[in-house]
Design a protein around this ligand. Structure first.
Ligand code: TXA
Ligand code: MG
Length: 316
């Protein structure tokens, strides 16, 4: 069931049931992070391997501190600038967060989502919410309540509808390794924005064999239709014999039917492109095409997070 009743969502969550929640990045599949039953149900419903840890959501960073061992200065500084917002911090946990949530790691991922409904919901609850993106494991993240209903509607009692997601790609995940503030997943806070606050950061994103971030598997965010990334003019020639769709940054192709092209942002705006990316991929995936051809954006700003998702969608 889809609705906008936060009291109903709170009741369900208090009884250890799951509720899909809106955030500014993507919809989450939420459960009481302190309940083994609810957390186990998240893994089951998503069909997610238990080695892939979950993000813990609160309405204030201050509230998350009761689950943390210590909070280094860099984390307080980033939290002050970007929370609530599309940033997740990997920090040393204390014993109140179970190993099931963190997949055995001593670090817990903390995020304060910037969505009015979900902030109100979190304020009503006495516990934080564990929430991965509300998609079956490996598929594209949902950016509308309907996306969630299409895939998980039968499996969860309630989807809290907060409208389409304003950012459209997942949060940027930041931790600390070998003395350096390190980005583990490129996301809604651009690296340039982080660097304005804390100076140069290291990047360890999109590696499939990164032991610090076991969930960052390369083949992820993938539609069922094969995706090929490259120069669109060339790709369209190479795939002329197939039924293909196209994802472009800003260019429209006159020779191609309108219904088979997704132009992420006609004006070349990164934020608009991010907002349209996952729904565009879903749309093309529903057409029964042989292949989806996509071009990369300039490797800066939110273009980096978008390119990361396109590359992963095209990974075998
Ligand atoms: O924008 C977002 O972050 C969304 C919304 C719902 O908040 N959530 C989201 O969750 O994208 P999920 O589960 O799809 O991706 C979270 C990633 C996982 O792949 C995992 O590798 C990483 O965060 N992660 C979570 N806890 C971690 C930990 N303790 N150590 C290392 N990586 C962790
Ligand atoms: Mg996910």
């Amino acid at each position: 069931m889809i609705g906008a009743d936060i009291q109903k969502a709170a009741l369900l969550l208090r009884s250890e049931a799951l509720v899909a929640i809106p955030t500014e990045t993507v919809y989450g599949l939420a459960g009481n992070a302190l309940s083994e039953k609810a957390v186990a149900e998240i893994f089951r419903v998503k069909n997610r391997p238990v080695f892939d840890p979950l993000i813990v959501h609160t309405d204030h960073f201050q509230k998350a501190k009761q689950f943390l061992k210590e909070v280094p200065d860099w984390a307080n500084e980033l939290a002050a600038h970007f929370m609530p917002g599309p940033l997740t911090l990997l920090l040393p946990k204390n014993g109140r967060i179970s190993d099931l949530v963190t997949a055995g790691s001593d670090l817990v991922a903390i995020r304060v989502p910037n969505h009015p409904l979900t902030l109100q919901l979190l304020a009503l609850l006495k516990f934080p919410l564990a929430a991965p993106s509300a998609n079956p494991f490996g598929y594209i993240s949902p950016t509308t309540a309907q996306h969630v209903a299409d895939q998980l509607g039968e499996k969860i009692p309630y989807i809290l509808d907060g409208g389409p997601c304003r950012v459209g790609v997942e949060s940027t995940i930041v931790g600390f390794v070998e003395g350096k503030i390190t980005v583990f997943r490129k996301g809604g806070v651009a690296i340039e924005e982080l660097e304005k606050v804390v100076g140069a950061v290291a990047v360890q994103a999109h590696s499939s064999s990164n032991p610090l971030a076991p969930g960052m598997l390369k083949s992820h965010y993938a539609p069922r239709t094969p995706v090929v990334v490259g120069n669109l003019e060339e790709l369209m020639k190479q795939h002329a014999a197939q039924l293909f769709g196209v994802i472009s940054f800003s260019a429209f192709f006159d020779e191609l039917p309108v219904g088979r092209q997704v132009v992420l942002s006609p004006s070349g705006d990164f934020a608009e492109a991010a907002r349209n990316l996952f729904s565009g991929m879903r749309y093309l995936d529903g057409l029964g095409l042989d292949v989806i051809l996509a071009e990369l954006l300039p490797e800066k700003d939110l273009g980096r997070a978008i390119n990361d998702r396109l590359r992963r969608a095209s990974a075998e």
